[in-house]
Design a binder for this molecule. Structure first.
Ligand code: ZN
Length: 187
């Protein structure tokens, strides 16, 4: 990895920047940053990371969904770089589920997200993609897209009662007795 990444955390001004679109997908520096960010998210075992979380003020993120101990229902996918993403349609229906974020360590919260979205973005080879996501993947996409607009998941939490420390959240999952969905997102 060529770039030692430092994760920006809640309270750092650069996390709140609105990233401008990527102008040249073939740019050599951009392609290296994508390589490094994919390696980084895989080493951290994360589900995704946005460029803005590591101080790269460009409109792209990595999605790297995979099932693991914390998120057994997450779909398996190859790490994908999503460039200049847009939501072109969304369901009126939202649902709440647990999210966490590398930029907000130690906190989990129930976050309302659109249950279904239709999206458009570009891959790193310049291919344009139009596809649909629902459930976990829709949530992951919306979480990462928010980062590119300077938003973090706590901005969307409806009540402080929907927030937990990570240790309380883990205890709840271990007990599986609170009647809430046991899924979540650490991105
Ligand atoms: Zn995040």
């Amino acid at each position: 990895m060529n770039t030692p990444f430092n994760i920006l955390e809640l309270g750092e001004a650069d996390l709140r920047r609105i990233a401008p679109p990527v102008a040249d997908i073939n740019d050599a520096v951009l392609q290296l940053q994508i390589d490094d960010l994919i390696t980084f998210v895989q080493q951290r075992g994360g589900m995704g990371i946005a460029a803005t979380q590591v101080g790269i003020n460009q409109r792209f993120f990595i999605m790297s969904s995979h099932p693991n101990e914390r998120y057994p229902y997450a779909p398996e996918m190859l790490a994908t770089c999503v460039i200049n993403p847009e939501i072109v349609w969304h369901s009126s229906h939202t649902e709440k589920d647990w999210e966490g974020c590398l930029s907000v360590p130690g906190l989990r919260a129930l976050v309302p997200r659109y249950q279904q979205i239709h999206v458009r973005y570009w891959l790193r080879d310049g291919t344009q993609v139009e596809t649909a996501y629902e459930g976990f993947m829709a949530r992951l996409f919306q979480h990462e897209l928010d980062h590119l607009d300077g938003k973090v998941f706590v901005d969307r939490v409806e009540s402080t009662l929907d927030m937990m420390t990570e240790s309380s959240w883990r205890s709840m999952l271990a007990g599986k007795s609170k009647g809430r969905d046991n899924n979540g997102t650490a991105v």
